[in-house]
Design a protein around this ligand. Structure first.
Ligand SMILES: Nc1ncnc2c1ncn2[C@@H]1O[C@H](COP(=O)(O)OP(=O)(O)O)[C@@H](O)[C@H]1O
Ligand SMILES: [Mg+2]
Length: 317
C-alpha cells in the first residue's frame, strides 16, 4: 500500500494464540493520526501482545494490522524507522550518563542528526544530563526511556505501561511529558491499568479484558454510556455503617479497604444514606459525591476491579 493512510494504526480481526490460549481474540480498532489512544486493562488482558504485534516484534496468528498504511507482517524495516517504542520492562546501561545513553541510542536507531539536548529537555531531564542511569529513580528512568523512544523523531510512539510502579508524583511527571508529545503532534499508543491515566491523557480509550475489546470511545462517552449515575464515596466507614448501606438496597459498586462507593440514583439518596448512618450512631470519616469514572465503567462491564491494591467485596449486581 503506497497511498498515505488515513489512520496511524488499523487493526482488523486480530487474533494471537499461544497454544490453546487466545491472548488476543478477534479485535478490531483504528487509531487516528495525532491522537492519544489508550489500551486500558488489567494484567494479562493482551495489551503487550497487541502492541508488540503492531510494533512488528510479534507475529499475528490471524487478522490484518497496518501502521501508517503498511502491513506489519511485510514492511518491518519501513515501520521500525517510523515508530518509537518504550517497552514494558525498559532498562538501560547502569554506568553511563543520561546524555551518553540518549546519544548512544540515537546513533543506533536514527540516521538523523538528533538534537540530543532538545530531547533531554523535552523529557524534563536537563538537570540530570550528566547523572549515571543507575542513580536515577524509577520515574526518571522511564523518562530516559521516552527520550530513547524519540531519537528517530517517530510519527507513532508506543508506551507500554509507562507509569506502572511509579509513585504518584513521578507518575504525574511522566504524564506531563506525554502531554508534551501530543502537543508536538505525535500519535501516542499507550497501555495502562491506571484509569486516571487513560482518563487524563487519552482521546480514545479501548477497554481490554481477556483478549477482547469490551468498550471503546472517549473517556466521556464511555462513562456516559456505561455508568450514568452519581457515585457516593464514604471514607473509613465502620462496620455498622457498612451494614446499614447493605440493608438499604443501594448498589454498592466497590468497597476497598474501609471505603465504600455507592451507586445512587438521585442526589437526594445521598441525604437518605447519611441520615440513616447518623440515626444508627454509625460513623465515617469523609465523603464525596461525584460523576462516575472509568473505574466504575470497567467494574460495570467486567465485574472486576481494575485498580491495584486489595479490592474488597462488592455488592450484588
Ligand atoms: N510469549 C508468550 N507465550 C505464552 N503466553 C504468553 C506469551 N506472552 C503473553 N502470554 C500470555 O498471554 C496473555 C496476555 O499477555 P499480555 O499480552 O502480556 O497481557 P498484558 O500486557 O495486558 O498484561 C497472558 O495470559 C500471558 O500470560
Ligand atoms: Mg503488558
Amino acid at each position: 500500500m503506497t497511498k498515505e493512510a488515513e489512520y496511524a494504526i488499523e487493526v482488523d480481526k486480530l487474533t494471537k494464540r499461544y497454544g490453546d490460549l487466545s491472548a488476543v481474540n478477534d479485535i478490531s480498532f483504528t487509531v487516528r493520526k495525532g491522537e492519544v489512544f489508550a489500551f486500558l486493562g488489567p494484567n494479562g488482558a493482551g495489551k503487550t501482545t497487541t502492541v508488540e504485534i503492531i510494533e512488528t516484534i510479534r507475529t499475528p496468528t490471524s487478522g490484518n494490522v497496518h501502521l501508517l498504511g503498511m502491513d506489519v507482517t511485510k514492511k518491518k524495516h519501513d515501520i521500525v524507522r517510523r515508530i518509537g517504542v518504550l517497552p514494558q520492562e525498559f532498562s538501560s546501561f547502569d554506568r553511563i550518563t543520561v546524555r551518553e545513553t540518549v546519544q548512544y541510542y540515537s546513533r543506533l536507531f536514527s540516521g538523523r542528526n538528533t538534537d540530543i539536548d532538545g530531547l533531554i529537555d523535552l523529557v524534563n531531564l536537563k538537570d540530570k544530563t550528566n547523572e549515571q542511569y543507575k542513580n536515577l529513580s524509577g520515574g526518571l528512568r522511564q523518562r530516559v526511556g521516552i527520550a530513547i523512544a524519540l531519537v528517530n523523531d517517530p510519527e507513532v510512539v508506543f508506551l507500554d505501561e509507562p507509569t506502572t510502579g511509579l509513585d504518584p508524583r513521578a507518575r504525574r511527571e511522566v504524564w506531563e511529558v506525554l502531554q508534551g508529545l501530543k502537543k508536538k503532534g505525535k500519535t501516542v499508543f499507550l497501555t495502562t491499568h491506571y484509569m486516571e491515566e487513560a482518563e487524563l491523557l487519552a482521546d480514545t480509550v479501548a477497554i481490554i479484558s481477556k483478549g477482547k475489546i469490551i468498550a471503546m470511545g472517549s473517556p466521556g462517552e464511555l462513562v456516559e454510556k456505561n455508568a450514568n449515575y452519581p457515585v457516593l464515596t464514604l471514607q473509613s466507614v465502620d462496620e455498622k455503617a457498612l451494614e446499614i448501606v447493605r440493608t438499604m438496597g443501594f448498589e454498592q459498586v466497590l468497597s476497598n479497604h474501609k471505603d465504600i462507593k455507592i451507586r445512587v440514583e438521585h442526589t437526594d439518596d445521598v441525604q437518605k444514606i447519611l441520615s440513616a448512618i447518623k440515626d444508627a450512631g454509625a460513623s465515617y470519616l469523609g465523603l464525596d459525591v461525584r460523576k462516575p469514572n472509568l473505574e466504575e465503567v470497567f467494574l460495570k462491564l467486567t465485574g472486576e476491579a481494575l485498580s491495584d491494591g486489595p479490592a474488597g467485596g462488592r455488592g450484588a449486581e
